[in-house]
Design a protein around this ligand. Structure first.
Ligand SMILES: *Cc1c(COP(=O)(O)O)cnc(C)c1O
Length: 407
């Protein structure tokens, strides 16, 4: 039973801001979350201005401006604002010509949304294992798999690399391999806005890319995404399909089955404010990662997956820890349990898609790398909204955990 006087559980950011720093006992109960939205006064101003301007209906000037600003930031010709990153993946695949019965090659080490979008198109996923150093698609394995699929006369509709935990995949190897087989590349850059590979922004590699503005991502519109591309036809097709495939005539005329996938103007206003703060939020996540790096540099058998990422290849969206239990004398799940006891949230790394009951039937080219990272990994609290005191508390708890095992 809820009473109207009970504090709401829906405002987790309020109590932390009011917690006095340095008094560990009472604050120990306030949860430290993995990656919560980082919004404040600027976001309020932008959303309020959109509301007061009367732009509540889906389309509007903030949506147009947000698309232009993201396109400019990433360095692509076109950006189409959509209701989610999953919708962007779906329309990206359709725009690149993926058809029912096709095979689509993707990384097994990802979030289910990547694969769901493939299945929405009536295509069959083929999973590729990852590079153990980064968790991203293994280019050698991709080359071998495309070669054998070709020999089997399969039509490969697309390759979908994923920028895991914000680290850009190895596009300078992946794109030429896909090109050699005449297969388009759709980058799942849902987690990697603000990262780059070989000096080019994540989201600008391949034929198109999907980014996400879900609540836990590097920047948020509460829910939303975008399809990015230099291909005017792909962008136009996505725009058309995202608005119920309405033909440009006054009466309602439809030649295709469409979707209701458009991003709303109000959420675009929120996104515009977040984009203003994106670099500061990335810098904050890097600062948090650096603190973890310093701590674990001294700890045998523990490493940060993907490394420091200070070369710009990584927006440090989440900091994933990987532990070799034989060398360390402890394992990642034990640290997760230790932190959970004082309400510090951690998560295992994505459970590989070939291990998911729903995709167990799909073909998978495996080395064991993704499975190893899943069993021995842990994502640490990484949100840019974390206060210094909260970061300090997490580090102190980790030191406590390690101390019990060393001494
Ligand atoms: C978050 C995410 C998505 C889906 O984005 P939504 O906006 O939540 O639909 C797709 N792929 C990856 C790798 C993600 O992390």
């Amino acid at each position: 039973m809820t009473s109207p006087t009970m504090p709401t559980a829906l405002t987790p950011t309020v109590p932390t801001a009011l917690t006095p720093t340095g008094t560990s006992a009472p604050s120990a109960r306030v949860p430290v979350l993995l990656s919560s939205p980082d919004v404040g006064a600027l976001e309020e101003d932008y959303v309020l201005a959109a509301m007061r301007g009367g732009w509540i209906a889906p389309a509007g000037p903030d949506l147009d401006a947000f698309e232009a600003e993201i396109a400019q930031r990433v360095g692509v010709e076109y950006a189409v604002g959509l209701s989610s990153g999953t919708a962007a993946l779906h329309l990206g695949l359709l725009g690149l010509g993926v058809r029912p019965g096709d095979v689509v090659v993707t990384s097994t080490f990802t979030f289910a949304a990547t694969v769901n979008a493939i299945v929405y198109c009536g295509a069959r996923p083929v999973f590729i294992d990852c590079d153990p150093a980064t968790g991203n698609m293994d280019p050698c394995l991709l080359a071998r798999t495309l070669h054998s699929l070709e020999g089997e006369w399969e039509r490969v509709g697309a390759v979908v690399p994923v920028d895991l935990f914000g680290k850009a995949a190895d596009y300078s190897r992946i794109v030429p391999i896909a090109r050699a087989h005449h297969v388009p590349v759709l980058a799942d850059a849902a987690e990697s806005l603000g990262s780059a590979h070989a000096g080019r922004a994540a989201g600008s590699w391949g034929d198109a890319a999907a980014i996400s503005f879900n609540g836990n991502k590097i920047m948020t519109t509460s829910g939303g995404g975008m399809l990015l591309t230099d291909d005017g036809d792909v962008a136009a097709r996505a725009r058309h399909l995202s608005t119920q495939a309405r033909e440009p005539v006054a009466h309602y005329e439809h030649r295709d089955v469409g979707y209701n996938y458009r991003l709303s103007n109000l959420l675009a206003a929120l996104g515009r404010a977040q984009l203003v703060r994106l670099d500061a939020m990335i810098a904050r996540r890097h600062e948090i990662r650096r603190r973890y790096e310093e701590l674990f540099a001294e700890v045998p058998g523990a490493r940060i997956l993907g490394g420091a990422g200070t070369d710009g290849s990584d927006n440090a969206w989440l900091t994933p820890l990987v532990v070799d239990p034989d060398e360390a004398g402890w394992d990642a799940p034990a640290l997760g349990e230790w932190l959970a006891r004082t309400a510090i949230e951690t998560r295992p790394l994505w459970k590989p898609m070939h291990l998911q009951p729903v995709f167990a039937h799909a073909r998978a080219e495996l080395t064991g790398a993704a499975e190893h990272l899943f069993r021995h990994g842990l994502a640490l609290p990484s949100g840019s909204a974390l206060s210094d005191a909260e970061v300090e508390r997490v580090l102190e708890e980790i030191r406590g955990f390690l101390g019990r095992r060393v001494r």
